[in-house]
Design a protein around this ligand. Sequence first.
Ligand SMILES: [Zn+2]
Ligand SMILES: [Zn+2]
Length: 300
Amino acid sequence: MNNIVLKRESNTDFSSTDETSLLVVIFDSNPGQQFLRDNTHVLTHCLDSIIAFSNAHLMQKAQNKLAVMACHSKTSQFIFPGPGKPIDIRQTDGQYEIFTMVEKTIKHNLSKLLGSDISNILTESLLAGTIAMALCYIARMQRIKSPGIKINSRILLVTGSSDSASQYMNYMNVFFTAQKHNVVIDVCALDQHLSLLQQGCDITGGLYLKLPQLQGLLQYLLWVFLPEPPIREKLVLPPPVKVDYRAACFCHRELIDIGFVCSVCLSIFCKFSPICTTCHTVFKMPGPLAVKQKKKKLKL
Ligand SMILES: [Zn+2]
Ligand SMILES: [Zn+2]
């Protein structure tokens, strides 16, 4: 019995209350999205699901943090916590005040945003830019946290618009930044399959789900995206789909399978060009393949 060495509890082992989870939800509220143009009531349904999901995240642990962003065709904004003073909330129907505040703040700020931006709505949403803003927010929260507290951050993107290859570079930049900062990016595609964002989920270790049925949005959010990434390994979630790792060429922003890569800056082109447009390196024109001549052995 004397041989047994008891493991000492180290002082650095923090209790679970020192770990908080920061969730940034990005909701693509661009009215130019196809599924919103078909039926505008869907927006309210999606918003209600997102509010319920956000409250469920706060309910899991008292220390959990939440931020909600709205993404538009020209701007992206934080709708919770809002830009102004927090709204005065009184308890209604016995509901927890924070839940009421989340709901009222999100609805108030989003309606303000939708009302202000009605001219020239483009169909393309600024998804990459909004993710970059979310990463900045996460970095700030990491900086101002009290010492000894660990923040696990993740971003959930809920969108129905398509990911256009014109934002390819911006996407890759935010994906690799998120990966470096250990921020998980989850994507819930409401309408179309998003191959570039799927790559982002794969790079950062997040989950990608193309929603089979819009009516069940809340159920899918709670089932797939509410559990923390370490817990997800123990759950039976939708099987991972094969990731389409095609890259967009820098000349036409089109997804290609095979292309030319600049050996200096790794820019991708669909056609050979003698000068790299990114770093201006000059390449030799590929001539006909030279036939190798056998070297004659010198006689000694
Ligand atoms: Zn091209
Ligand atoms: Zn180059």
